[in-house]
Design a binder for this molecule. Structure first.
Ligand SMILES: [Fe+2]
Length: 377
């Protein structure tokens, strides 16, 4: 069992009160603040920026991070950070700005191409302080070893995996997630559910990741729909941010598996939001994974539905997806049928995730799984 370190975590609506002290302690004087254009206009962002700028610290805001950050984007961000002579990177937003900020903190110190970091354990030691603040509840980028970039030329996601990009501190402030639109609440919540369920069935699972996964599954089952329907329900938003955090600790110390692998070409080539891509693949992948793993599936079903039946999980997750108003098939999500074959071939290259999937996946399996996801139920 391998367990990675955790960032310092400050959880709660008052957590931002600790930000100044954390920056001070780490010697941050010139802060590169990365976010997306939508978050940049929010009150929560203004509060964080103002705290960052207290006590004579200088702050440069970069608000042009996009969904699915490309290798070119993180290199442009690094140039901006270098021109500012930043000595600290602070990321606030959804998974994309946080993933980009993680790479900028490395490139600021090491003058290497971003593409050279793609892979496992290829990141040189990072000393520039890195602090992350999520405004969605799902990716858990703020606690993980992962940064998912987009290789635009290949139409695929490119994963940087290294403990060097676990941030030094994470601020989990539920109030910052209240302004998430309904579709983002749904997609990011299902992403967290996939993190937990995949980690729980991964070949790299362990007692620590199991505990975190089951707790996350329970919290998501009890709170995701309420968080979407009542966006200012403080208890549901707090529970979902907690669920995302636990699911993150779970897959960070186990792994995601085939659902995330199959989502790669959907995100890389068709730009489906990450959580939506995962939700579209969940049923077909877990149907493939159930035979031989009935006990694990029963554990997950019990956590999600209260019923200990290995076949209860998939219909219950599908019912939740429907209640959340999500597309139920690749067809409904407007993925062209003519692309299924190319995507099946592409997914076979994601060996990092397929190799730890509960059941082996061959090219004919991949074709069938994409076909099932295309047709839906
Ligand atoms: Fe994910």
């Amino acid at each position: 069992m391998n367990l990675f370190r955790m960032p310092e975590v400050y959880f709660g609506n008052e957590a931002a009160g600790n930000l100044g002290g954390v920056l001070e302690r780490r010697g941050a004087r010139r802060i590169f603040l990365a976010t997306g254009p939508h978050v940049a206009k929010s009150e929560g962002f203004a509060m964080i920026r103002d705290i960052a700028a207290q006590d004579g610290r200088e702050v440069a805001v970069f608000s042009d991070t996009t969904a699915d950050p490309s290798i070119l984007l993180v290199e442009a961000m690094t140039k901006a950070a270098r021109d500012f002579r930043a000595d600290c990177v602070l990321g606030i937003g959804g998974g994309s700005p946080l993933d980009a900020a993680k790479i900028v903190a490395v490139l600021l110190e090491h003058n290497v191409p971003a593409a050279s970091l793609v892979g496992t354990n290829l990141v040189p030691p990072r000393h520039i302080p890195l602090v992350l603040i999520p405004t969605t509840a799902g990716t858990a980028s703020e606690v993980t070893i992962y940064s998912i970039l987009t290789d635009t030329a290949a139409g695929m996601k490119a994963a940087v995996c290294s403990p060097e990009i676990i941030p030094d501190a994470a601020f989990l402030i539920p109030a910052l997630t209240h302004s998430m639109p309904a579709s983002v609440t749904a997609a990011t919540g299902i992403d967290a559910l996939c993190h937990a369920t995949e980690a729980y069935t991964s070949k790299r699972r362990n007692p620590y990741s199991d505990v975190m996964a089951l707790k996350a599954v329970r919290l998501i089952s009890e709170n995701l729909l309420t968080a979407q329907r009542e966006p200012h329900n403080a208890r549901a938003r707090e529970a979902m941010l907690m669920a995302s955090f636990f699911a993150g600790l779970s897959f960070n110390n186990s792994s995601t598996t085939a659902v995330h692998a199959f989502a790669y070409p959907l995100g890389g080539a068709h730009h489906l939001p990450h959580g939506l891509a995962n939700s579209l693949m969940f049923a077909a992948v877990f149907r493939h994974n159930t035979p031989g793993h009935e006990e694990r599936m029963a554990d997950l079903a019990e956590a999600f539905t209260g019923v200990r039946d290995p076949h209860a999980l998939i219909p219950a997750v599908n019912a939740l997806r429907r209640d959340l108003g999500m597309p139920m098939s690749l067809r409904e999500a407007l993925v062209p049928e003519s692309d299924l074959e190319r995507m099946a071939e592409n997914v076979m290259t994601v060996t990092r995730l397929l190799s730890v999937n509960a059941n082996p996946i061959t090219l004919p399996d991949a074709r069938r799984i994409f076909r099932e996801a295309y047709d839906g139920e």
